[in-house]
Ligand binder design. Sequence first.
Ligand code: HEC
Ligand code: HEC
Length: 347
Amino acid sequence: MKKNNKSTTKKISRLLLTLFLLIVAIGLSVYLFNKNSNKSNDNKIVKTEEKQNIQLNQPNADWKAPDESTIPAGEPGNEIRYGKELIAHTSVYLGPKEKVATMSNGMNCQNCHNEAGTKPYGYNFSAVASSYPQFKKRSESWVSITQRINSCFSRSLNGQSLDTASKEMKAMIAYLKWIGNKVPKGVTPVNASVVKLPYLSRAADPIKGKVVYVTCQVCHGKDGQGQLNEQATEYIFPPLWGKHSYNDDAGLYRLANFAGFVKDNMPFGTNYKHPFLTDEQAWDVAAFVNSQSRSHKDQSKDFPELSDKPFDSPFGPYADNFSEKEHKYGPYKPILLAKNKVADKNK
Ligand code: HEC
Ligand code: HEC
């Protein structure tokens, strides 16, 4: 009996051991299988993203705005069309001699977001629907489309913020969403924004820029004040400085943004396929225009993390020892080199 008992216990413990090993083996293989299949899922995501980027980032595979015939019928369509009208003729509705409210300097969104925000390399709106809400280093916070629009109202249009619940704000958002409706989430088409021009090895020069400005003044005026239409409801040629122009916290006040924009879009009628100015002329005319007087906006609260300040931000304090003048006009290469060295050290 005893002997039998012993061998039964042995048998049972062997059985238990086998069972235990089996469970461990099954557990392990399930774990490994999951791990691998996650990996291949990750790969798949990366691959589709790459594909989308390739499709949209090839220099010749330009993003095109959707055709207006695809604007939906009825009320949603009317809202989109009103949004477009507001972008193209902002001043008529929200400018100094407005139909709806006086809250901006008389410029139209379209003056910078050319062709109602549909022009390749003309600050188009292709990436708005796909990339907002977006984390902004300027405010160290998440920014919605509404807040981004109001950021242009308070800087580029040197005005007040538009009521977020207003019919006008809703219409503009509807239009921007419609414009970007074919761009996959997270993707920025290559022809959004403007070209990034190569940096000059010297500082951009307002004196040389004044000479270039002769080609601009036929339209924008010798005094840079532009030209209003007959009813004075909007500009035929928008101002480039003075109190009806963008303030010194606006995107165009930074030389790289201005130079990139004029290279591909000015004189009016130019496009990125047939630029008129050389890179040097674009930098110098940017220096000239942005050394003229315009409204000031307090920006001491911008970029709480100083090392995030753009290299061409004209207002200190900075994380480096370059002056405001060097940051504004360049040469930028030493600034960027110093920045990279600091980034390397922090790694
Ligand atoms: C004086 C020029 C100017 C005017 C006028 C202007 N903007 Fe802008 N806007 C800019 C610049 C510059 C940027 C930055 C673009 C970039 O970083 O590529 C910008 C960015 C934006 C963006 C974010 C685009 C993106 O892809 O991140 C939106 C949305 C926008 N503007 C809406 C408007 C609206 C709406 C108006 C009219 C109420 C307006 N802007 C008027 C110059 C202007
Ligand atoms: C043939 C007339 C014409 C000439 C020449 C011209 N522009 Fe413009 N410019 C325009 C028009 C029109 C707009 C507004 C575009 C729109 O609303 O579609 C504009 C818009 C601009 C803007 C953005 C809006 C603003 O007022 O800030 C800048 C910057 C600009 N031009 C700079 C220049 C510079 C620099 C030159 C010279 C190299 C130049 N332009 C030459 C007609 C012209």
